[in-house]
Design a protein around this ligand. Structure first.
Ligand code: BTN
Length: 146
C-alpha cells in the first residue's frame, strides 16, 4: 500500500519537475558579473535584437565611469539556452568591447557565460599589437534590495 502511494506521488510530481527544468533562459533583465559590473538588457525583439545599458565596475582609464549603451543579438532560433553577442560603446572612453556568450539554465538559475574583447584606442598602427584585451565574465541576475 505504502509502495503504491509513493509511486503515485512520484508519478504525479514528474510533470512539475520536468516543467521546472524546461524553463527557458531569458536575457531581458538586470545582471551583475564577477567584477561587480551591472547591465540591463531591454526586451528582445522577434528577430533577436536587443538594446541595453552597461555600468562597468572597472576601467582601463582614469576617466570617471559612466553608464554606456549596448546593442546586440540573441540567436533567433527558439533555443532554451540561446547564444548571443553584444557591443558596448563606452561613453567615457574611446574603447569598444564586444561580448559573446550563452544564456544557461544552471540548477534552475540563469547564468550568462561570456568572453569579451576590449579594444583600446591605439595612437598609431605600431601600437596595434597591445591594444586588445581578452577575458571572460559570468553574469547572474541582479537581486534588487528590498
Ligand atoms: C575602458 O576601460 O576603456 C572601458 C571600460 C571597459 C570595462 C571592461 S569590458 C570587459 C570587462 N568586464 C567588465 O564588466 N568590465 C571590463
Amino acid at each position: 500500500m505504502l509502495q503504491r502511494t509513493l509511486f503515485l506521488l512520484l508519478f504525479s510530481l514528474a510533470p512539475v519537475a520536468s516543467s521546472l527544468s524546461a524553463e527557458k533562459c531569458v536575457l531581458t533583465g538586470n545582471w551583475t558579473n564577477d567584477l561587480g559590473s551591472n547591465m540591463t538588457i531591454e526586451a528582445v525583439g522577434n528577430k533577436g535584437s536587443f538594446n541595453g545599458t552597461y555600468y562597468t565596475a572597472v576601467s582601463s582609464t582614469t576617466k570617471k565611469i559612466e553608464l554606456s549603451p549596448l546593442q546586440g543579438f540573441q540567436h533567433p532560433l527558439n533555443n532554451r539556452q540561446p547564444t548571443f553577442g553584444f557591443t558596448v560603446n563606452w561613453t567615457f572612453s574611446d574603447s569598444t568591447t564586444v561580448f559573446v556568450g550563452q544564456c544557461f539554465m544552471d540548477k534552475e538559475k540563469e547564468v550568462l557565460k561570456t568572453m569579451w574583447l576590449l579594444r583600446l584606442h591605439a595612437d598609431s598602427i605600431r601600437n596595434d599589437w597591445k591594444a586588445t584585451m581578452i577575458g571572460t565574465n559570468t553574469f547572474t541576475r541582479l537581486k534588487l534590495q528590498e
